[in-house]
Write a protein that binds this ligand. Structure first.
Ligand code: GTP
Ligand code: MG
Length: 437
């Protein structure tokens, strides 16, 4: 029997402790003021050790196979204090249970055929997701649609293998039938196309969980730091009328309508012969290339900077902001996207909204249906290469090698779903999970 704290360690309103394994219902029931004999419903009970009541908790019993991991399970919702949780954990150990390893519940779920390996991997991606779109994609990846597609391609591979094997058996006797070769070519091409579609419809998990970043750049004194503070709604960066006030990059986190991003204030960019300063400036420009979005801040004294920055930032998503509208010059200038005043707050809320919208659309290919990780992408790519090789072998009528390539391709799809995965591979994958999942 295993147990794990499923919520983070720390003071909180409630904590969730999961227990799994044969006999766990009986063990827990013997420690309750009144036993629970109904599954999938929540009950309020006192959990007692020999010393006395540990906590008054809510409990749900799950009967195998109808549980997250497919085994008998109990979920205990206790008060979230460190003392309470420590007491319950110690008590479960006394009952002979051991603490689960990271991802052990999900691993059991794969072993018990509750989910495929690729779906299990997406459970940890879902937990790492920080925006709604990522959540949507990872939930879809867990739901099984992708696994079904992969299984279907696997079935097509099996069909082609049967055809190929029969060619190997018969070609000696009757010679090669051109029609059969054509048909096998069509089948193989179809498999290659389906694998290609899968890959093109998938977004790589790499950037999931990575926070988006927004950088303010502009000439000295244009009001970058003032705007930075105004967007945050508090003073975080020092401002002054002395050019060159900001020296280092300053970061602050912003959340707007569930969009979370890091906002950076930077040193002013100016033409300079000073070596140290110019290397600082090229650092800012280099940084600018790695941002999700760059906000170029100018005022009416430095409108030339608009053309310069547009040239430098041509491959980076950016917007041009004309600051200090309160000084009177808020005529529309070509290339300006937002006119604001950091001093009076004019236009700042509209700017924040615009930035949040742009951020949530950057790098978000809404067309993509599936989310895959590097391991899964490599397997699909590998399976495709094998099929391309197979097609070539079919064309030169080397059916034995063609069948071998297909076997390799099939093995990769099996690894994708985890139907025949080794313990080592499973160990590596689940080591990255959180405890309690
Ligand atoms: N009137 C007016 N003054 C502003 C506005 N925004 C900033 N300022 C003033 O402009 C000066 C420079 O502002 P900062 O925010 O320090 O400018 P910065 O771009 O961060 O400057 P560096 O860090 O030196 O590159 C300060 O005196 C600010 O009070 C604005 O919207 N209107
Ligand atoms: Mg500044």
């Amino acid at each position: 029997m295993i147990f794990a704290l499923a919520t983070p360690v720390g003071k909180s309103a409630i904590a969730v402790i999961r227990v799994a394994g044969e006999g766990c219902h009986k063990k827990i029931n013997s420690s309750l003021d009144k036993p629970i004999n109904t599954f999938g419903q929540i009950f309020l009970r006192d959990l007692r050790s020999q010393e006395g009541v540990l906590d008054s908790c809510m409990l749900v019993f799950y009967k195998s196979p109808k549980s997250y991991c497919g085994e008998d399970m109990v979920e205990i919702f206790s008060h979230g204090g460190l003392g309470v949780v420590k007491g319950i954990v110690g008590f479960l150990e006394q009952l002979g249970m051991r603490e689960a390893e990271p991802g052990e519940f999900t691993r059991l779920s794969v072993a018990n055929n509750k989910m495929s390996l690729n779906e299990a991997e997406m459970v940890s991606t879902l937990i790492d997701s920080i925006d709604e779109h990522e959540v949507m994609l990872s939930v879809a990846a867990i739901s099984g649609a992708l696994s079904e597609r992969v299984v279907r391609v696997g079935d097509l591979i099996d069909l082609l293998r049967v055809e190929l094997e029969s060619q190997i058996d018969f070609s000696d006797e009757d010679g090669v039938n051109e029609e059969n070769i054509d048909r096998m070519g069509v089948m193989c091409n179809d498999i290659i196309k389906q694998l290609g579609d899968l890959r093109n419809n998938s977004r790589l998990v790499d950037d999931v969980g990575e926070k988006k970043s927004v950088l303010l750049v502009g000439p000295p004194n244009s009001g970058k730091s003032s705007l930075f503070n105004s967007m945050l709604g508090r003073t975080r960066s020092i401002t002054s009328d002395i050019a060159g006030t900001t020296r280092d990059m300053i970061e602050s986190e912003m959340v707007f309508n569930s969009n979370k991003f890091s906002l950076f204030d930077s040193a002013g960019i100016r033409d300079t012969n000073d070596e140290i300063e110019s290397s600082g400036i090229s650092l800012v420009l280099q940084e600018a290339k790695n941002q999700s979005l760059v906000l170029v801040v100018v005022d009416s004294t430095c409108l030339d900077f608009i053309a310069v920055s547009k040239k430098i930032l041509k491959d980076v998503p950016h917007i041009i902001i004309l600051n200090k509208s309160d000084l009177g010059d808020c005529d529309s200038h070509p290339g300006v996207d937002f006119t604001v005043s950091a001093k009076t707050g004019f236009g700042v809320s509209g700017l924040v909204k615009g930035v949040a919208e742009l951020i949530s659309s950057v790098n978000q290919d809404k067309e993509r249906l599936f989310l895959i990780n590097n391991r899964q992408a490599k397997l699909i790519d590998g399976a495709t290469v094998c099929c391309v090789n197979c097609l070539e072998k079919i064309s030169i009528e080397d059916f034995e090698l063609a069948a071998e390539e297909l076997k390799q391709s099939r093995a990769r799809l099996d690894d994708f779903i985890g139907s025949k995965s080794s313990d080592d591979l499973l160990g590596d994958i689940f080591a990255n999970f959180c405890i309690g999942k």
